[in-house]
Design a protein around this ligand. Structure first.
Ligand code: CMX
Ligand code: CO
Length: 150
C-alpha cells in the first residue's frame, strides 16, 4: 500500500546552486548527498518532515553525471523543474507487481538501489497521465540513533 509522498524529484543543472536556493529561500538543508552511478545522477536529499511510519518526506535534487542518463535527456528537452514524484510503501515488490498487473509499465524487473539504501522502481510516465512515478521502500531504520529512519 502506498502510504505517503516519499519525495519529489527536481532536475537541475547545478546541484550546489539549487541546494543553496532551497536553503536560502526556505531553510531546507541538505541532509544527505550521494552519486548514483546506475541512475546517472548526483543527488541531494533535503528533509522536509518526518512521517508516522518512521520515514520522512524529501525533496530530491538530481543533476546528471552522464549525457546519456534519463535526467540529462529530460533537462535537454524541458530545462530545470519537477522531474518525478515518489510514493512511499513498506513493500515496493508487492506494490509494483500489483501495479504491473493493472497493465502499467513498471520499468525494472526488480527494484533497484535508490537514495540512502532505499529500493526503488519507476512507472512509465506515458501510463501515468504524464507523471514519471517512482515507488520507494526506505531502508530499514537503524536499531537506534538516527531519527530520520535512514
Ligand atoms: N516526466 C514526464 N514525462 C516524461 C519524463 C518525465 N520525467 N521523462 C520522459 N517523459 C516523456 C517524454 O516527454 C516523452 O514524451 P513524448 O513521446 O510525448 O515526447 C516520452 O516520455 C519518452 O521520453 P524520452 O525523452 O524519449 O525518454 P526515454 O523514453 O528514453 O526515457 C523513461 C523515459 C521514463 C523511460 C526514463 O526517463 C527512465 O527510465 N526514467 C526512470 C529513471 C530515472 O528517471 N532516474 C533518475 C532519477 C533517480 C532517482 O529518483 O533516484
Ligand atoms: Co527519486
Amino acid at each position: 500500500m502506498l502510504t505517503r509522498i516519499d519525495h519529489i524529484g527536481i532536475a537541475c543543472f547545478d546541484l550546489e546552486a539549487t541546494a543553496e536556493f532551497y536553503r536560502d529561500t526556505y531553510g531546507f538543508e541538505v541532509f544527505h548527498s550521494e552519486v548514483n552511478e546506475e541512475q546517472g545522477v548526483r543527488e541531494a536529499m533535503l528533509r522536509i518532515n518526518g512521517t508516522d511510519d518512521g520515514a520522512a518526506s524529501w525533496l530530491q535534487l538530481v543533476q546528471p553525471i552522464r549525457e546519456d542518463s534519463p535526467v540529462a535527456k529530460w533537462l535537454a528537452k524541458n530545462g530545470e523543474g519537477v522531474h518525478h514524484i515518489a510514493f512511499g510503501t513498506a513493500d515496493v515488490d508487492a506494490d509494483s507487481e500489483a501495479i504491473r498487473d493493472k497493465g502499467i509499465r513498471v520499468l525494472y524487473e526488480q527494484p533497484r538501489r535508490g537514495s540512502m539504501g532505499s529500493r526503488i522502481t519507476f512507472l512509465h510516465p506515458k501510463d501515468c497521465h504524464g507523471v514519471l512515478t517512482e515507488i520507494v521502500t526506505a531502508a530499514p531504520a537503524p536499531a537506534s540513533g538516527d531519527p530520520s529512519g535512514h
